[in-house]
Design a protein. Sequence first.
Length: 561
Amino acid sequence: LAPLANPIHREGPVVLLILDGYGIGKNEAKENPIVAANPVVINELVHQAKEHHLYTRLKAHGPAVGLPSESDMGNSEVGHNAFGCGQIYSQGTKLVDESFASGVIFRTPQWHQVVAETAAHNGTLHMFGLLSDGNIHSHMNQIFKLLDGAVESGIHKIRMHVLLDGRDVSPTSGLVYINQLEEKLAKLREHNVDARIATGGGRMYVTMDRYGSDWKMVQRGWELMVHGVVMPEDVTSEYSGYFRSATEAIELGRRLWPAKQDQYNPPFVVVDEAGQPIGRMQDGDAVINWNFRGDRAVQITQTFTAPDAEFTHFARGAMPRLTYAGLLEYDTEVHIPRLFLVPPPEIHHTMGQYLCASGVTSYAVAETHKYGHVTFFWNGNKSGCIDEHLEQYDCVESLPNAQTESHPEMKAPEVTDKLVEAIRSGRFRFVRCNLANPDMVGHTGNFQSCVRAVQCMNQCVERVAREVEARGGILIITADHGNVEIKDNKGSKTSHTCAPVDFAVRDFAYHGEYTLLPEGQPTADADGLGAGLSNVAATVMNMLGFEAPAVYRKSLYVPAH
Ligand code: 3PG
Ligand code: CO
């Protein structure tokens, strides 16, 4: 990195604090937990930043973060990718859409391998993943296209293993998607394809764990899909776990536990008239994971593909010989899985690479739920430090998922302890931290829990600000996407939003040396997209005293003359 012509010199570090899922909403205490919580420290910080022209709003959804359309809400994967690489890459879902549009996906050797293996053993094609059109981990349209492609390739027996969403879409919309899928499968059956839903369960209870926080979830999914077994803990005298259809299972669950959201839906197995599971996996079958996003696909993929000697998380039982493919490659470093249908974005020139090459020290911290976000996604989907001599990454172990609603402070105080300690140590010039609460608690939909989460954020920000001030550094408050800023008292809003986010700078040694490009003003980027998360990397580099790389989207830092 080249030095900036007139760099600012600060004693302390540049600290970027990402309040995950803290979007800009309406100024309405009834619908906005942020307004209801009245986080005075954060509000004052934003107010001051505005006064000094050190504030702007950033786009955090749609094309500004590499998603197909303006109606695509932001998410942490694409958001942290954009922060960390300073550029906009077409993200997984867009690449998948393009591959379907061109037909390339069905011409790949990988696709032919899946089809050929299934045919050679007269096997079944199993497909599983998140069943919704949330477009964060998966999309219904893509699932239907995979089904059509499979049938066109001559597959005649298909079993679907579905994970109900309710987290990227409305919390009890599961049956809408089940109905759409059943309709589609019925059409396929008219054409002599034996296609059925075989198993299912809620995504936050079955299969889709991330960052190793709860392998039990993965085990439940494995038992369901592979062995056709609902684990004993999920069976009661009223809920047998075995049903003649997905709809029957879900309707019973709704009657028994009316307050349960889809994301926690109990697992179920669909059985035939003899009570036998219709979709147990057998030698010679093939399996496609239709999720494109990696974080919650890695563990189940490892469970399918890791050799016995390497798999220690639970006893998998009898292992059928299966061909397993991901819609995308979920980890491009360790190559999980080996077989995938669409190549993922290849992110180059990350900020971490540049900073390390220039000898800049940095620190990253988050709790388990978001640890990979602020490290792996931040570094362009690469795990681990780029340079251990210059970087330190810390993870604070999260509470179990089920406690997020009742403990909305989560591990934020402990993450803040680490963060404050890192700032105080004086060892790091660039410090980044993700506080998970506004997002994770936002996903519960519980208004009061969200208010408490925001109040907790306020206390954390106060402690961080005090420390940055003591060190004479710069504190930046921002977010990766919206979520917590719109809720209601019915708990009917659990998903992310398309809201913009704050980018507020509190420079404790500020003497008017620079300002930020004002809100709404076009950036110097040729694409005309306006200021978004991908403009942050160049901005931070300028604050650290460097010119931003030419490939980056433009800095929002405006030197005073
Ligand atoms: C999840 O995986 O929890 C949600 O689908 C997306 O949340 P995130 O993008 O904030 O991680
Ligand atoms: Co989220």
